[in-house]
Design a protein around this ligand. Structure first.
Ligand code: DGI
Ligand code: FE
Ligand code: FE
Length: 196
């Protein structure tokens, strides 16, 4: 897909190169898988494939940045200090979106919000937020028990796919006795419990 200049000044090839430079080959392959799934979901559910593509390509842009860089930005830019109690899993999307904006010049708030929410989801999610959240989970390189069901649900009902992913992610985090970020619980309460 060729990119217009509506959402950024970079050409698609330039964006891909900048993203690739930030991460391992394995993670870049994941990113390309998320893009493929996100564009397919955008086509299916009637959303801009270009915006879905840009959000997918940049969603894990900051995933391999050192913790200290995140801590510095969290302290400098007025984030809630409780955020420091979490780690890269929560920071790379929420704070990573700032790096995407600053370093790649992407200022579209729909895209930046989808990046911010891609790990935890939220009680309120736009169509693009859901597309990126679900595409990240079902992309072709993902291999875990339940991924087939998630892929099938995503083709039938995107909200059901959000619910499925949220429930299984939370179950996994609890099994591992990981700290749950409050937004993850809000997502669960809205999309799993209250999904009608
Ligand atoms: O970046 P990816 O690996 O492609 O996927 P992701 O951004 O969806 O998830 C990154 C990790 O974050 C994944 O192992 C699950 C974890 N995670 C999601 N919600 C929470 C969480 N980790 C903690 N500690 N707390 C959460 O609420
Ligand atoms: Fe991620
Ligand atoms: Fe990802």
């Amino acid at each position: 897909m060729e990119f217009s200049d509506k959402y950024m000044s970079l050409k698609r090839e330039e964006l891909m190169q900048k993203v690739q430079m930030q991460m391992s080959e394995r993670r870049f392959i994941h990113v390309l898988g998320v893009e493929e799934s996100a564009v397919a979901l955008a086509a299916k559910y009637g959303y801009s494939q270009e915006k879905a593509s840009i959000a997918a390509l940049t969603h894990d842009y900051a995933k391999e940045r050192p913790d200290d860089e995140f801590r510095l930005i969290i302290e400098r830019d007025g984030y809630n200090p409780e955020l420091l109690e979490y780690g890269n899993a929560i920071w790379h999307g929420l704070v990573g979106a700032d790096m995407v904006e600053r370093e790649l010049g992407i200022t579209d708030e729909d895209i930046l919000t989808a990046i911010r929410l891609h790990t935890t989801g939220a009680a309120e999610m736009s169509l693009l937020d859901k597309i990126i959240y679900v595409a990240d989970y079902i992309e072709p390189n993902r291999k875990f028990p339940g991924v087939k069901e998630a892929r099938e649900l995503a083709l039938i009902d995107l909200d059901e796919a959000v619910a499925y992913e949220t429930k299984h992610t939370l179950q996994h985090l609890i099994d591992q006795e990981q700290k749950i970020y409050p937004k993850t619980i809000e997502t669960y309460n809205r999309w799993v419990v209250n999904n009608q």
